[in-house]
Design a protein around this ligand. Structure first.
Ligand SMILES: Nc1nc2c(ncn2[C@@H]2O[C@H](COP(=O)(O)OP(=O)(O)O)[C@@H](O)[C@H]2O)c(=O)[nH]1
Ligand SMILES: [Mg+2]
Length: 353
């Protein structure tokens, strides 16, 4: 693995901007980055706004940064689709980690384009790996679907919950059982932390209990799709003694309590993933998802380009099919087949050399 190249931070910052904005010779930068095949470990930190994600990222960056490895922090900046500006202007200072020479901080704008964000984020992850960073801490906005997608890029996803937000765990519930590898109850110095932890224990108990059901020999167990997904991610506690059950840690990020333990648990999870072949699988899925997005985007761009949803369209293939469908002269399946038949070959595609 290449060593961390921090002699040229301005080059790195410029490269990230070019890749983020798809400007300049970004394609060459991206090509070079992928050619190195150097993948940093990505730790996603997600949870509602104000939960202390940035504070926790600072603590973890300090923890690992002080061990000497190269840490890049990527913060997804929630920008308003209306104003185009940042919503949370009050970015906190990374007091504990920002002075370390091997910790690099960068915010990326979310811009409301989830697809665009993901596509660039994958390339930026490759770029940072190429620069020799060993870990990337990815802080998400805390606003639902986009978080779940961003967390999908992480090798380990930490879901941050906090006490005192009433039914915050309920609010977190939608979707988080699918993404949490580790749960942190932050602000454990405040009242109610125990209740929050118990609520999380309850959810995990329900989600992971059915895994352990042993069924009579030979008869297939019926599993819900949700549990099947958990088993793919974390193993089947009923069969595999080393299956992962997401731990719940009480931490106080701003007081640095429990953060060392949290860092160790994240490392344990990454090790477990590596040993069980799941780390490789995650990389595979990440790249596969990226390819799917890129292909979709490119096909749309090339053949179905239109001017958004304003309605008064430049006549495009897409617009004319939309018109035909609305007026009852075609259906969506037919349109897709017709467009794809014209895109190019109907022969099986070539694999890479
Ligand atoms: N009491 C308490 N406050 C904390 C703790 N961690 C962070 N905070 C505070 O919570 C607020 C939000 O933190 P921030 O890291 O910006 O949250 P984010 O929006 O999730 O990134 C800040 O004022 C932090 O100082 C903690 O462990 N205990
Ligand atoms: Mg933050």
């Amino acid at each position: 693995m290449d060593g961390l190249d921090l002699t040229n931070l301005r080059t790195l910052s410029r490269a990230i901007s070019q890749v983020e904005n798809r400007t300049g010779d970004y394609q060459e930068l991206v090509q070079n980055a992928y050619a190195k095949g150097n993948w940093a470990t990505v730790v996603g930190i997600t949870g509602p706004p104000g939960a202390g994600k940035s504070t926790l990222v600072d603590a973890l960056a300090a923890l690992w940064g002080n061990e000497g490895s190269g840490i890049a922090v990527l913060a997804i900046d929630p920008s308003s689709p209306f104003s185009g500006g940042a919503v949370l202007g009050d970015r906190i200072r990374m007091d504990r980690s920002e002075h370390l020479p091997n910790v690099y901080f960068r915010s990326l704008s979310a811009r409301g384009h989830i697809g665009g964000l993901n596509e660039a984020t994958c390339d930026i992850i490759a770029l940072l790996g190429g620069f020799g960073f060993e870990r990337i801490l990815l802080e998400t906005v805390g606003a639902g679907q986009s978080d779940i997608e961003v967390a999908g890029m992480a090798d380990c996803t930490v879901v941050v919950a906090v006490p005192g937000l009433g039914d915050s765990v309920q609010a977190l519930k939608a979707g988080i059982m699918e993404i949490g590898d580790v749960y942190a109850v932050n602000k454990s110095d405040l009242a109610g932390a125990d209740t929050t932890r118990q609520q999380l224990e309850g959810m995990i108990g329900v989600a992971y209990a059915s895994q352990g059901d042993s069924s009579p020999q030979g008869s297939p167990r019926s599993l819900t799709p949700g549990v099947e997904a958990l088993i793919r991610r974390h193993g089947d506690a009923g069969v595999e003694p080393l299956a992962w059950r997401p731990p719940i840690l009480a931490v106080s990020a701003d007081k640095d309590q429990g953060t060392t333990e949290l860092g160790a648990v994240i490392d344990d999870f990454i090790d477990w993933c590596r040993q069980s072949g799941r780390l490789r699988r995650k990389q595979t899925l990440r790249v596969r998802d990226q390819l799917q997005r890129l292909i979709t985007q490119r096909v749309l761009q090339l053949y179905c380009h239109d001017d958004g949803d304003s309605g008064d369209a430049v006549p495009t293939v897409l617009a004319s099919w939309v018109e035909a469908i609305i007026s009852g002269n075609a259906n969506p399946g037919e349109a897709v087949e017709a467009i794809l038949a014209e895109v190019g070959t109907t022969q099986p595609l070539r694999s890479p050399r």
